[in-house]
Design a protein around this ligand. Sequence first.
Ligand code: 3PG
Ligand code: MG
Length: 392
Amino acid sequence: MAWKTLDDLDLNGKRVLVRVDINVPMEDGRVTDATRMERIVPTVRDIVAAGGTPVLMAHYGRPKGKTVPEMSLRHVVPALSDILGKPVTFIDGDYGDSVAALEAGQIALLENLRFNPGEEANEAGFAARLATLGDVYVNDAFSAAHRAHASTEALAKLLPACAGRLMQEELSALEAALGTPERPVVAIVGGAKVSTKLDLLSNLIEKVDHLVIGGGMANTFLAAQGVGVGKSLAEHDMAGTARDILAKAETTGCEIILPRDIVVAAEFKANAASLTVAADACPDDQMILDAGPQTVDYIKSVLKDAKTLIMNGPLGVFELAPFHTATFGVLDEIASQTKAGQLVSVAGGGDTVAAVNASGHEADFTYISTAGGAFLEWMEGKTLPGVAALEG
Ligand code: 3PG
Ligand code: MG
């Protein structure tokens, strides 16, 4: 892995094109979670300190090559200015002249790149046009690095390029978690469907020592072992695939951890009357909404001996009380092991981060990624085009 950083390029007096990901959730014109904006502060600050003029480039939503006013990045300018502690100059449409007029140390933000069809098409012409706006290119958008778009891929090859601080941080956290981790390594994966996580499971059973499977995916594995899962969400047509994964895990020496006991209810709603039973005792008219206490105790015992943990997905329906219990119980253990310096813990993905935040442990993990899709693709062992382009 040989990408340059801000320390390797001369930024003094340079216009620095910085690809950031500020695709933040908004409601009624207000940013509801500014995490992604907060995380680009070190990069922007360091560029200004080195004498550069940052020109931020980003996407918002999926406007598909057309101007969609609600998806204008103009709406995030007040929040971004607040977070950066400096006014941000917004540059719409035809960027050229306005960028040329920027003064040293000013911070600019270009209009949503995806208003131009050349962005998602990774078009050479659009990348070349962006390249005329700057002297240097910085990619700080790890969470968009799974997209081969003009601003993440083609442009990196046209200017001296490097990784920003957040990109560096994300890559080194992931390297510590799955690249060259301290063993034993535990992975926790959840989510509704095995069918969308096949590449993930195949990669993880080669890399980790213990793989905890939670959520709807666990039901599919239980069903594949001939266990009745009642009305639970499960992909019965994936039974063969699930059995193949279990068999392959035996050959790689990866322990697959499935629920040993389960919490079931007749209805999918908060505070539904529930029962804790053995994993093979789900009544026909009930559904599995969480893992039970014996499962949590077992996962905790595995975590006690582990050195590294990577998490993508909750164990149960954590949004509906009390079906957050297993997820929160395991998060408590991860947090205390991490705080005691016994565990390197890395989490990523929208649902996972929401669960970590809801549990109050967001400050207790070693690292929480800003990425969703990119984190998953990285865990799948895929090459991310935005990262590969920086490697030159
Ligand atoms: C995200 O929010 O996951 C990133 O900004 C990427 O957005 P996309 O999935 O629309 O490419
Ligand atoms: Mg996405």
